[in-house]
Design a protein around this ligand. Structure first.
Ligand code: SAH
Length: 287
């Protein structure tokens, strides 16, 4: 299937159909991680994924492209959907959560602007795939998942694929970050936040970046760069993610990114995409 020749609405119908089918197959639970994949087939599939979905959309960072060619995405999804692992969409991973579309994983990794040696915090482990990509890029990764079963499942997948020594997993609410491991070169949040979690900004080193989808139904992927005098914000892409849950939803806190060390310099430049009318599944580019 050559997705690039289809119209956006046709592509969306195909994606929704696949998403619907695999959701039916999965039911409400999670099966075992896919095992014993045909290595040569997945290498070719990853190569094609990088060429047609990621490089073709403008991701250029060699470290990201190399990592996306290496990490076996099929090992981070339930066996029932492993054959869809290199397709151009998000996939259900159980507990109402999804593994993000490969392109979104790539662009978030690129926006993190990290070179080894690097230390990255991820909030929203999900399948563990994004954490594995960051580890493959040469970073020490700390990742937090709020759904206990998913956190354990991802930990197991990371161990099995050989990333266990570079990825530290934790089950809990990522709102307060991982202060003992801070400061981070980047923090990547893979669930949509209604506002910027201030503790995550505070755990960035100077020059470090928070990459985060912000919003409720309509969301924008934002980069908040911590500077000596405050935070610079850039809006990059319209996206669709599952909501960030936990403390950020309790409505008691009213923090903004501008609270760190002074004013927030706003540079709102949506330079990659425009909002569309269709809705896509979570962890995807909005079309
Ligand atoms: N990065 C994942 C995709 C994540 S989907 C991957 O590569 O597969 C978003 C995840 O964020 C879900 O698993 C969800 O349970 C988790 N999440 C939502 N709110 C959270 C919070 N406050 N703290 C930690 N994880 C959270």
């Amino acid at each position: 299937m050559n997705a690039s020749r289809m119209t956006p609405s046709c592509r969306l119908v195909v994606r929704l159909f696949v998403f619907f089918c695999v959701t039916l197959v999965l039911g409400c639970g999670m099966s075992e991680p896919a095992g014993g994949s045909e290595e040569s087939g997945t290498v070719a599939s990853r190569e094609r994924m990088v060429r047609t979905q990621i490089a073709a959309r403008g991701v250029q960072d060699e470290g990201v492209l190399r990592a996306m060619r290496s990490v076996p995405r099929d090992q981070f999804v339930p066996g029932a959907v492993a054959s869809y692992a290199y397709e151009d969409h998000a996939l259900p991973i159980g507990w109402d959560q999804t593994i993000s579309q490969p392109y979104i994983v790539a662009i978030m990794s690129e926006l993190a602007h990290v070179d080894p040696p690097c230390r990255v915090l991820e909030v929203g482990t999900g399948s563990g795939y994004q954490a594995a990509v960051l580890a493959e890029m040469g970073c020490e990764v700390y990742t937090i998942e709020i759904v206990e079963e998913l956190g354990h499942w991802a930990h197991e997948a990371l161990e099995k694929t050989g990333y266990g020594d570079r990825v530290h997993t934790r089950v809990g609410d990522g709102y307060r970050g991982w202060p003992e491991a801070a400061p981070f070169d980047a923090v990547v949040v893979t669930a949509a936040a209604p506002r910027i979690p201030q503790p995550l900004i505070e755990q960035l080193r100077e020059g470090g970046r928070l990459v985060i989808p912000v919003g409720e139904h309509w969301q924008v992927l934002e980069v908040h760069r911590r500077t000596a005098s405050g935070v610079e914000r850039e809006q990059v892409l319209d996206v669709r993610f599952v909501p960030m849950t936990g403390e950020i939803r309790d409505g008691k806190r009213r923090e903004t990114a501008g609270d760190v060390g002074g004013e927030e310099a706003e540079d709102a430049t949506p330079d990659r995409d425009q909002p569309g009318e269709d809705k896509a599944e979570t962890g995807t580019e909005q079309e």
